[in-house]
Ligand binder design. Structure first.
Ligand code: ADP
Length: 386
């Protein structure tokens, strides 16, 4: 099994015995309410997906991540994992205090020992992480909506957030499953979209060289116009049923929030998949990008600055993939000599517009089983929205 990032898989989930005791203690503690983004961070720190992090980041790590893409001890880490609170809230808290971490539903999900409270610059964070201050960038919008002070310290998870629980596996669980399946090399595929033919091409091309494929869709917060995760999950299952070998592919959810941070998020996505036991990670065109903020292959180029051994997971880079009507198959510019007029590729925006207006995208772009589900579910959703 691949070594987790930083050497050891973190486990901050309270054991049954501790949990009862800690829950009783929690009645006397102050509470902080986490939004869905921070709650998913809490879950992923606790289950070891964010190893070697054991809590929300202190200032030294935070600044080091922004400036150097590394934790202060030199371990590669590309995105801040922080817990914002208001200045007013901060004034009620003390260093050394343990607080309840509640969800917006009022339930207690965990505890945190407050080791640090620090202010930060939203401008600097946005520029380092997203490379822009444009208020239209979904990550920048979220940055400027955040409260002003970061709390830092180790966490303990007392209750699992329950979204998609039947398809959720912790890094420990996935590593065990891979072992039982006898897979030594596993390629992970990150997506926040339905799986179209280009995605399938990348996955299956990669699978030719490894033992297994982990389809690991992100199901945490995404921007409003992305296709909701519950609908995507139905489409992934239908696709796998018809087109994927059952003993070579595993589907499990990745409950993180989408940052749309392009290159920095690609590094984060890769490291986290290493913690889930994967040895290879697919990075295609404009990975985790949005609009035109990042170059088409910037999310691949960012990996060039790291040594292979310190990254640990192997990055499989793919050119822009499309269906070529002359080749009569999926291809990239590396394998197809024909001009773009022969290439069938649709943007996500175009596909969403087609689906919503009842137009079937071509089967060379998306499998009909996927389109049927998306169209039905999206139309039902819209009706229920009215
Ligand atoms: P994300 O926003 O997380 O990158 P996507 O669903 O847009 O999610 O993409 C999933 C993966 O597939 C990413 O690695 C992306 O670079 C890659 N990808 C998507 N479409 C294409 C394409 N047409 N050609 C090559 N790679 C692609």
């Amino acid at each position: 099994m691949i070594t987790p990032h930083g050497g050891k898989l973190v486990n901050r989930i309270a054991t049954d015995a501790d949990r009862e005791r800690l829950l009783q203690q929690s009645a006397t503690l102050q509470s902080i309410t986490l939004n869905s983004w921070s709650l998913s961070d809490l879950q992923l720190i606790a289950n070891g997906a964010f190893s070697p992090l054991t809590g929300f980041m202190g200032q030294k790590d935070y600044l080091s991540v922004l400036k150097d893409l590394r934790l202060s001890d030199g371990t590669i880490w590309s995105l801040p994992i922080t817990l914002p609170v208001s200045k007013d809230k901060k004034n009620t808290l003390s260093l050394g205090e343990t607080v309840n971490l509640k969800g917006e539903d009022g339930n207690i999900y965990g505890l945190m020992l407050i080791e640090e409270m620090y202010e930060y610059s939203k401008e600097a964070e946005a520029l380092f992480v997203y490379k822009t201050l444009d208020q239209k960038h979904p990550g920048v919008i979220k940055t400027f909506e955040k409260e002003e002070v970061y709390l830092a310290g180790p966490i303990t998870l007392l209750n699992q957030p329950l979204t998609f629980s039947e398809d959720y596996k912790t890094p420990f669980e996935l590593r065990k499953i891979f072992q039982e399946l006898g897979w030594e090399t596993i390629v992970a595929f990150q997506t926040r979209n339905p799986i179209h033919r280009a995605h399938e091409y990348l996955q299956k091309t990669a699978l030719e060289n490894v033992d297994g494929l982990l389809i690991h869709p992100l199901v945490g917060d995404t921007k409003k116009d992305d296709i909701p995760a519950n609908i995507r999950m139905k489409s992934y299952k239908a696709l796998m049923q018809e087109y994927y070998p059952k003993d070579r592919v595993f589907l499990s959810v990745f409950p993180a929030a989408m940052r749309y941070a392009g290159p920095r998020e690609a590094v984060f996505h890769a490291i986290v998949r290493k913690n889930f036991g994967c040895t290879h990670f697919i990075v295609g065109r404009d990975h985790a990008g949005v609009g035109d903020y990042y170059g088409t292959y910037e999310s691949q180029e960012i990996f060039n600055q790291f040594r292979k051994d310190e990254l640990g997971i192997e990055i499989l880079k793919f050119e822009h993939a499309f269906y070529c009507t002359k080749c009569s198959c999926m291809a990239t510019s590396k394998t197809c000599p024909h001009p773009v007029e022969n290439h069938i590729h649709l943007s996500g925006t175009k596909v969403r517009a087609m689906l919503r207006s009842g137009q079937f995208p071509p089967k060379e772009f998306s499998r009909p089983e996927v389109v049927t589900i998306l169209m039905k579910e999206l139309n039902q959703n819209e009706k229920s929205d009215i």
